[in-house]
Design a protein around this ligand. Structure first.
Ligand code: HGA
Length: 611
């Protein structure tokens, strides 16, 4: 949430920052701003997208080889020109961009106001830069030291970059809880919330650690921690490629990412499954094999789509490895007083690896002695660094705000963990492991076939596009799929949608069903097929419009449903991978027909780095 880009070097900063902000727009897009340091600081900020900022700045003085930029997802203060970053100190000497929340901003603001500070915005960020300027003056220190002292007084999360009019060849950056990467070029540095704005300039990067402060000039990088100790930067090589960040001919990132799923699922399994031997190998967690073998319980913590993947994991792990699993919203778990023992395994799932609530849940479980494993997509992000071990999903950068390929990759990893744990605990006969892994190996091809429903989903989307509500029903492993389908539809098309266990419909939602109500039912041939057919009958008896996801060749559901979408016949464990695909496409086409911004739906941002 909120994207930051900074540049210091020999090139003009504006184009580099604008391009970088466009790459980070998935993180927030309610306003944008850039400050350029040349003779003084010129700043341009505008509510709206980065393109609105560009239009606003056209013809203005955009010179400067040092600059900081921001694309915002507002937490404190409505999205407006005034609240857009950068924010300034009272004398306008210092400019800041910030990702995160200063939780004690109100107290700090009051104290600063009592010392005569006045504020131009409603943000917590402006309070922070005033505090830094106040300390600089009161303690007669340089910027680096003032930032360090200020951060000892701050409660909350931050990634910040600060420019100084009096030292135009320096930037100061710091982080706690929000991500920040520094790219090292030839006499130039790039600073960003993730590596995507940096990749075309350099592959050498330093991921700032929590509570580290960086002093950056065009030929030096100095790192300190909050206790004022100098730190040695650990330079890593980026493995991302530029093409991964482009649309590759697709109209939207979401559509590209939906179609990438056969590839991403294959990448996720590469080197990890040996179907003929009936063996799963997970290098990132093998050190914890003994713990998994003896675990009394597995707790999965996650938010949003990742939580739905967790529910699929619950089903698969309990079915195959016979370990009790609880799936928790990270945001609730962290504020309860959960019972966690040293024999518990906690699995944290987060696409970005930066989800604030999931990170906090991990910290809590770690303090209480559990073994923590992560399932993340972004290599080098915070959660993989906090956990004991983990399995990367290797889905590649996901730019569309509504998660698609990251979800199916998470489900794939959870399937691997379920089978790995079954292998360790001896809960499945070897022949069953061979059978399941052979089926899993075919998943990319089957997903490829499931993608053929593009035309069918487009047609159904045209039929439901004017609905105001929708219900998604599923049973067993189909239930989390229904939840994910409903979330996708509401996220990008703004149609109110609810996912329900099919049998629960009778306990409430059935009251909503009439001839206007689209009811999407996961009705594939699996263990609950007959029961689901009865649920469809119940919907039809009340004149609901049934859209059924069925197994290829199905006739029974076809007779009842208004619309059917076929997916390939497969092992039940693959149902979530296959049935999710048509639901993603259905939401995509519905949102398009309603004229919505598919890749950047209103009010949302991808990487939720605030609580
Ligand atoms: N609190 C700041 C930054 C918001 C943010 O990082 N969102 O993810 C603001 O509201 O401007």
């Amino acid at each position: 949430m909120c994207g930051i880009v900074g540049y210091i070097g020999q090139k003009e900063a504006w184009p580099i920052i604008v391009k970088g902000l466009k790459r980070l727009e998935y993180r927030g897009y309610d306003s944008a701003g850039i400050a350029l340091v040349a003779q003084g600081i010129n700043s341009y900020k505008k509510a709206g997208k980065v393109t609105d900022l560009e239009a606003f700045a056209e013809g203005k003085d955009l010179r400067g080889r040092v600059g900081i930029g921001h694309t915002r997802w507002a937490t404190h203060g409505e999205p407006s020109d005034r609240n857009a970053h950068p924010h300034f100190s009272e004398d306008e000497r210092l400019a800041i961009v910030h990702n995160g929340i200063i939780e004690n901003y109100a107290t700090l603001k009051e104290e600063l106001a009592s010392r005569g500070h006045t504020f131009k915005s409603d943000t917590d960020t402006e309070v922070l830069i005033h505090l830094i300027a106040d300390i600089m003056e009161a303690e007669n220190t340089d910027l680096l030291e003032a930032v360090r002292i200020a951060l000892t007084q701050v409660v909350g999360a931050y990634a910040i970059v600060i420019a100084d009019r009096e030292h135009p060849n320096q930037l100061v950056a710091a982080r706690k809880g929000s991500p920040m990467v520094i790219g090292i070029g030839e006499k130039e540095y790039f600073i960003a919330s993730d590596a995507s704005p940096i990749i075309e300039y350099t592959r050498n990067v330093v991921y700032l650690k929590d509570q580290e402060i960086a002093f950056i000039s065009d030929d030096a990088l100095l790192l300190k921690n909050i206790d004022n100790e100098v730190q040695t930067p650990y330079i890593q090589k980026l493995e991302m490629h530029l093409e991964m960040l482009e649309k590759a001919g697709y109209e939207h990132f979401m559509l590209k990412e939906i179609h990438e799923q056969p590839r991403s699922i294959r990448d996720c399994m590469r080197g990890r499954i040996y179907p003929q031997e009936g063996k799963v190998q997970l290098g990132g967690i093998k050190e914890y094999a003994e713990k998994l073998r003896n675990a009394d319980r597995i707790i999965i913590v996650a938010c949003g789509t990742s939580w739905h993947a967790g529910l699929v994991g619950e089903y698969l792990i309990e079915e195959y490895a016979r370990v009790p699993v609880g799936v928790e919203y990270a945001s609730e778990f962290r504020y309860r007083n959960p019972i966690i023992t040293e024999k518990d395994i906690v699995i944290a799932i987060s696409q970005s690896g930066e989800t604030a609530d999931t990170m906090a849940a991990v910290e809590l479980a770690k303090e209480r002695g559990a073994t923590i494993l992560g399932i993340c997509n972004v290599v080098g992000s915070s959660i993989p660094r906090l956990t004991h071990g983990g399995v990367y999903t290797h889905a590649g950068p996901e730019i569309g705000v509504a998660s698609t390929k990251a979800f199916t990759a998470q489900v794939t990893v959870l399937t691997l963990i379920a089978l790995y744990t079954a292998q360790l605990r001896g809960t499945l006969p070897q022949s069953k492991l061979v059978e399941l892994l052979t089926a899993l190996e075919d998943a990319p091809l089957l997903v490829e076939r499931a993608l053929k429903c593009d035309e069918a989903t487009q047609y159904i989307a045209s039929e439901i596009k004017d609905s105001t509500n929708a219900i998604f029903l599923g049973r067993g492993i189909g239930f989390p799929v229904a939840l994910e389908g409903a979330l996708k539809l509401k996220e990008i098309s703004y149609i109110h949608a609810e996912g329900y266990p099919a049998a629960e419909m009778k306990h409430g939602p059935i009251a909503l069903i009439d001839k206007e109500m689209p009811v999407v039912v996961i009705a594939t041939k699996n263990s609950s097929y007959e029961k689901v057919i009865s649920n469809i009958q119940e919907v039809k008896a009340r004149k609901g419009r049934v859209i059924a996801i069925v197994t290829e060749g199905d006739t029974a559901v076809r007779e009842l449903a208004d619309y059917v979408i076929e997916i390939p016949d497969a092992e039940e464990a693959l149902l979530p991978l296959l049935a999710t695909v048509p639901l993603q496409l259905l939401s995509y086409h519905t949102a398009l027909l309603r004229g919505c911004n598919v890749d950047q739906p209103r009010n949302l941002a991808k990487s939720v780095t605030v609580e």
